[in-house]
Design a protein around this ligand. Structure first.
Ligand SMILES: [Zn+2]
Length: 558
């Protein structure tokens, strides 16, 4: 399309949107975005003229002519979040249901982001539910030092989503027990005293065990003994009846409750002797809290089928389920696994939940990763049933996209060597923008140490080489036999010579520590600055860092 035509298309659109009057400023931007090889001056000239023509037309004429043009669909921020089957505005209830048995990490963030986005998309309700009903193999982590419950809620909020309700599965046992007993009364659950091996054999062969046909009274008596003592741990379980000939053996009568003698659970202590399995507790919770849509891993298809039996027995409507594939994110300095991370911390291999090596949300936050970047990373990834392998590089790219604009620039010399420059004129003063694209943020003008025309700075050891060099924002120099001399001219001279343009710091700079992602500490020199606690900045030619503590920074990425 010709430049004139592009301008006309957007002038008409703009005019119709604003009551007949096109704004040439807005049109220039759109023309520049669509036309190839056009500079601002030319676009401005054409847009100005065309807007004049369009504005002399009546609104009706503008509308009529506008119909001749086609526009690409405008990007919707939430586009990659697909529609959920049957989801209705204001009526959708989603939940994120982690097991609080270790530090929240980047893997958790996916469930947080996707459910948070779904809540926003449908103006629905978001529930954080702690699936904390396994005190043996997935013991909840809540002690004096670490509290995974609190941290999940805190990190979820940090990611930028409003949680409408927080629930603990472990606090609702009384209601679960009530429904377990209703199932027994309906003849849909029974206490089975088969050993694990026997149980597996019956399931595999698709035959009923001798306990399946016990009377309701017998089952109630046995259940009472499970609850209050009389039957020992491991000697009986409560099973939900399904279909012993179901084509998938995993769906045949399943264990819903077991006995745990000394659970010592961080929330309920030893109050309960019977413990629901995850399928049972989750089924109850989703019904009680009115979940309309569940997003879960595709490996949980059998869970859905088992839970549907319970729903059918009570005449409840099962939520819509959307399955997603697994995500592996590689490239961190510690594994993305809550329980492994928990063990590593306990054994002192990691220094707490925010150890920069860990892929925990606490660590990423400490290093300057932005919630928006983590959101974008998972939104872009989407949630199809395909397995996804991603690298930490992609997450870093997402973060860089957010920080490029926000982060102010500073000079930090990681391995400083001193350099004396002779013959620097008195009127040469350093001036570097806080951000090259945003001059309105101001300049950094650190004071130079001068003595008799000699200026002393520090540069990177690796930049110390013979020949022509530009010290960014200061001056050009020539180094000969290790001696540096001022050379007249601005940065264009350096560009023409294709010379290195390097960062530097004045002699008066302070030492600053940067903790790297492998936990190694780098001691370098930082130009005099007023970076605030918690601020993320870019150390030029080094990377993005976040300040935490006196002259102390954590490294995000380059
Ligand atoms: Zn049995």
């Amino acid at each position: 399309m010709e430049l004139e035509e592009i301008a006309r298309k957007y002038a008409l659109k703009n005019a119709v949107e604003y009551g007949g009057e096109a704004n040439s400023g807005a049109v220039i931007g759109q023309v520049m975005a669509e036309a190839e090889d056009v500079d601002h001056a030319e676009a401005g000239k054409v847009a100005g003229r065309i807007c004049g023509e369009v504005n002399s037309m009546s609104l009706e004429e503008q509308k009529e002519e506008l119909e001749n043009y086609e526009f690409e669909e405008e990007d919707d921020e939430h586009d990659p979040i697909p529609d959920l089957e049957g989801a209705e505005e204001g009526e959708t209830v989603v939940r994120f249901a982690p097991n609080p048995n270790g530090p929240p990490h980047i893997g958790h963030a996916r469930g947080m982001v996707i459910n948070g986005e779904l809540k926003q998309k449908y103006d629905g309700k978001l529930i954080l539910r702690y699936d904390d009903t396994d005190p043996v193999t997935k013991r909840p982590l809540k002690n004096e030092e670490y509290n995974a419950y609190e941290m999940l809620e805190e990190d979820y909020g940090w990611l930028g989503y409003d949680i409408d309700e927080v629930r603990y599965s472990s606090r609702n046992f009384d209601r679960y027990i009530e429904y377990a007993e209703k199932l027994i009364e309906k003849g849909k659950a029974y206490v089975c005293s088969c050993s694990q091996e026997e149980g597996q054999k019956y399931r595999k062969e698709g035959e009923a065990c001798p306990h399946r046909d016990k009377s309701v009274e017998e089952n109630m008596d046995d259940w009472e003994e499970m609850k209050n003592g009389g039957i020992e741990e491991g000697e009986a379980v409560l099973k939900v009846k399904t279909d012993m000939q179901h084509k998938n053996p995993a769906i045949r009568d399943f264990v819903a409750w077991r006995i745990i003698e000394d659970p010592d659970h961080p929330i309920t202590g030893d109050e309960y002797r019977v413990w629901p399995m995850l399928d049972f507790a989750g089924a109850m919770e989703d019904q009680f809290m009115g979940t309309t849509h569940i997003v879960r891993g595709k490996e949980l298809r059998a869970s859905t089928k088992r839970q549907k039996y319970i729903y059918d027995y009570f005449g409840w409507e099962y939520p819509e389920v959307k399955y997603w594939g697994n995500v592996q994110i590689s490239g961190f300095n510690a594994p993305v696994s809550g329980s492994t991370l928990g063990n590593m911390i306990e054994e002192g291999e990691l220094d707490g939940w925010d150890d920069p090596r860990a892929p925990t949300l606490q660590a990423l936050r400490k290093r300057g990763f932005q919630p928006e970047a983590i959101q974008n990373f998972f939104i872009e990834m989407g949630f199809s049933e395909n397995d996804v392998e991603a690298s930490v590089d992609t997450l870093e790219t997402a973060n860089r996209d957010v920080l490029e604009e926000e982060a102010d620039r500073y000079f930090y010399v990681k391995e400083p060597v001193e350099l004396e420059i002779e013959g620097v004129p008195e009127d040469i003063e350093p001036e570097m923008p806080l951000h090259p694209d945003y001059p309105e943020r101001g300049n950094r003008t650190p004071e130079l140490g001068r003595e008799d025309g000699t200026v002393t700075v520090c540069i990177e050891e690796e930049d110390m080489q013979e020949g022509f060099l530009r010290l960014k924002g200061l001056c050009n120099i020539e180094i000969e036999n290790g001696e540096a001399e001022y050379v007249e001219g601005d940065h264009k001279v350096a560009l023409e010579k294709d010379a290195d343009i390097v960062h530097w710091v004045p002699e008066s700079s302070e030492e600053a520590t940067v903790v790297m992602p492998d936990a190694e500490e780098n001691e370098g020199l930082l130009e005099p600055s007023s970076i605030e606690e918690d601020e993320v900045v870019q150390f030029e030619r080094f990377g993005f860092v976040r300040k935490e503590g006196e002259e102390r920074f954590f490294y995000a990425h380059n």
